[in-house]
Structures are given as structure tokens and as C-alpha cells.
Write a protein that binds this ligand. Structure first.
Ligand SMILES: Cc1cn([C@H]2C[C@H](O)[C@@H](COP(=O)(O)OP(=O)(O)O[C@H]3O[C@@H](C)C(=O)[C@@H](O)[C@H]3O)O2)c(=O)[nH]c1=O
Length: 182
């Protein structure tokens, strides 16, 4: 089966070669040279983030305005519904989103270039995510967009209200977001 489609320019799957033997498996979870070749430009990661969340937790949609972060996302445990929204100034797909299901069973990673809002919903009992970022977290610069904004109309696979942080519960609308210059 092929990789799920990523119909917004700049988004990319990174799929490591997995070597399996009787002991288990091995793969390079990050190789700077291979990564730069795949995305066609040198990228410098400065921070690794890891989070553990329970079923029904939704984190997002988050971005940084002046110091946008490119993110290389992978699921270490469990399964999530991951969403990115294009906020890049002048992008033909501005305001459009892509949603994908990612699971630890598949070692593929999602490259999200700077200028996207990002969020995910946990579909398994627990999910652990690890993502590299191209800029540092800047609490004064972080922004959020409400997960269920009617303009974005994201088809989250949840029948019930997700578990949100207080910050995400009071996130502003998409209409209030400003484009991100990258
Ligand atoms: C994002 C971040 C948070 N923190 C701290 C602040 C706070 O006390 C605690 C939890 O922060 P948050 O509630 O913002 O965590 P969380 O809701 O998981 O935020 C993350 O969501 C996903 C969707 C992303 O894409 C990330 O960039 C990030 O925004 O961790 C850091 O120390 N460094 C960081 O880079």
C-alpha cells in the first residue's frame, strides 16, 4: 500500500528503511544527510519534544507566529489522527488542512515545514509522540487556533468532546489567525 496522500506542497513523508531480523528490527530514525536530500534543503533541528497522552486527548492547533517551527513528527507508541493547517503567507493552499492517521506500527514520519499549525487527537489508549523542531519554543510567540473551527471544518474522528488543555479550550478562531511569513 502506498503512503497516504499529502496534497499540500511542502508536506512530506519520511520513510526509513527498516531492517528486520530474528532479534527484532533496526532503522535510522534520523539521518541529517538523507533528510536534507529528501526535503531538498538543509534543515537544522534544535529541539526534540516528546509527549504522552491518553485516549481522547487533543493537543492543538498550535503554531508560532514570528519564529515558525518546522516539525518532524513520529509516533513512538499508539495511534493518532494528526492535522496540519497551512498558514504560510501567500500560499495557494492557505487555510487548507491535511489530516493523516499515524501509528507506531508504521515507522514513517511526517515533515511539516515552518508555517503550519499542528495538532493531533489520540486514537489509542495512550500515544507517545516525538518531534524535532527547527526553532526553539517561544512561549510569547506561540499561537493556537480552535480545534473545531467551522471555517477549517476538520473531520476529527471523535464523537465526544476531546480532552483539551485550558489554553486550547479558549483558543481563538481561524479568522483571528494571521498568516505566517516563512
Ligand atoms: C511546546 C512546549 C511546551 N513546554 C512546556 C509548557 C507547559 O508547561 C508544558 C505543556 O505545554 P503545552 O500544553 O503547550 O503542550 P502541547 O499542547 O503538547 O503543545 C504542543 O502541541 C503540539 C500539537 C505541537 O505541535 C507542539 O509544537 C506544541 O505546541 O510544557 C516546554 O517546556 N517546551 C515546549 O516546547
Amino acid at each position: 500500500m502506498g503512503l497516504p496522500e499529502l496534497p499540500i506542497a511542502g508536506l512530506q513523508w519520511i520513510e526509513p528503511t527498516v531492517y528486520r531480523d530474528e532479534r527484532g528490527c533496526f532503522f535510522e530514525s534520523f539521518n541529517e544527510r538523507v533528510f536534507a536530500e529528501l526535503v531538498g534543503m538543509p534543515v537544522r533541528f534544535v529541539q526534540d519534544n516528546q509527549s504522552l497522552s491518553r485516549r481522547g486527548v487533543l493537543r492543538g492547533l498550535h503554531f508560532q507566529q514570528m519564529r515558525p517551527q518546522g516539525k518532524l513528527v513520529r509516533v513512538l507508541r499508539g495511534e493518532v489522527f494528526d492535522v496540519v493547517v497551512d498558514l504560510r503567507a501567500g500560499s495557494p493552499s492557505y487555510g487548507q488542512h491535511v489530516s493523516v492517521t499515524m501509528s507506531a506500527a508504521e515507522p514513517r514520519q511526517l515533515w511539516i515545514p515552518p508555517g503550519f499549525a499542528h495538532g493531533f487527537l489520540v486514537l489509542s489508549d495512550e500515544a507517545e509522540l516525538l518531534y524535532k523542531t527547527t526553532d526553539y519554543w517561544d512561549p510569547a510567540d506561540e499561537r493556537a487556533i480552535r480545534w473545531n473551527d467551522p471555517d477549517l471544518a476538520i473531520a476529527w474522528p471523535t464523537g465526544t468532546e476531546p480532552l483539551l488543555s485550558a489554553k486550547d479550550r479558549s483558543a481563538p478562531s481561524f479568522a483571528q489567525a494571521r498568516p505566517v511569513t516563512v
